[in-house]
Ligand binder design. Structure first.
Ligand SMILES: [Zn+2]
Length: 210
């Protein structure tokens, strides 16, 4: 426990060793893979290797939250919010932008999204004011929304977040239909790890919140 909070060791001075150390920090990349990737980049042309560095730099500098839904975009509003073929009367509430990707792959949902940027977590000190709850209420208040699909994760915190939002939304708009994705998703994980078919089934079987 004490070790985890200790100061990280200074990066190795040698740039090749530094690259390996950075790659090794990525999820799913062990020491051997990090070395293999580093050697690949070392042997690649300068342009090819720098393309990776530039893609990372651009992603970090250009992506920002969509003004409307909170999805990541390089423009003021994201492509999904700008698409007139999407049903603006149904909003699917997710925790993170990566879940939008997963739901889109399922092809089952044709409405719009709202990203909370997390879920309620008293233990981690995450309260409603830390999430994009107020913008969600604002969108409902603005009118035109008939259904909210709560797609927060099938975890205790995700359930608590869904219950909290249901209470807030019902108080604001008593006629609003509020649904929750059907069970059957791998418990304890978030949507982005679920199979497209599983997500599709969960949408079809969505139920009204009590
Ligand atoms: Zn958007």
């Amino acid at each position: 426990m004490a070790r985890r909070h200790a100061e990280p060791p200074p990066p190795p001075a040698d740039s090749f060793e530094r690259l390996i150390a950075e790659l090794e920090r990525l999820p799913g990349v062990g020491r051997r893979s990090a070395e293999r990737i580093a050697y690949h980049l070392l042997e690649a042309s300068r342009d090819e290797a720098l393309a990776l560095a530039l893609a990372i730099r651009d992603m970090k500098s250009k992506l920002r939250p969509c003004r409307e839904c909170g999805n990541l975009t390089e423009t003021e509003t994201c492509a999904l919010c700008r698409d007139p073929r999407r049903d603006a009367s149904v909003l699917c509430v997710v925790e993170w932008p990566r879940e939008i990707r997963a739901i889109e792959k399922s092809g089952e949902f044709r409405g719009r999204y709202h990203v909370l940027m997390g879920r309620l977590s008293p233990l981690a000190g995450v309260g409603p004011e830390d999430l994009r709850v107020a913008p969600l209420l604002e969108r409902v208040r603005a009118g035109g929304v008939a259904e909210i699909v709560l797609a927060t994760s099938p975890t205790m915190e995700g359930d608590a977040t869904a219950a909290f939002l249901t209470q807030k939304l019902h108080a604001l708009a008593p006629k609003l239909r509020i649904t929750r994705l059907a069970r059957g998703m791998p418990a304890g994980s978030d949507l982005s790890f679920a199979q497209a078919g599983t997500i599709g089934e969960a949408f079809k079987g969505r139920r009204e919140m009590p």
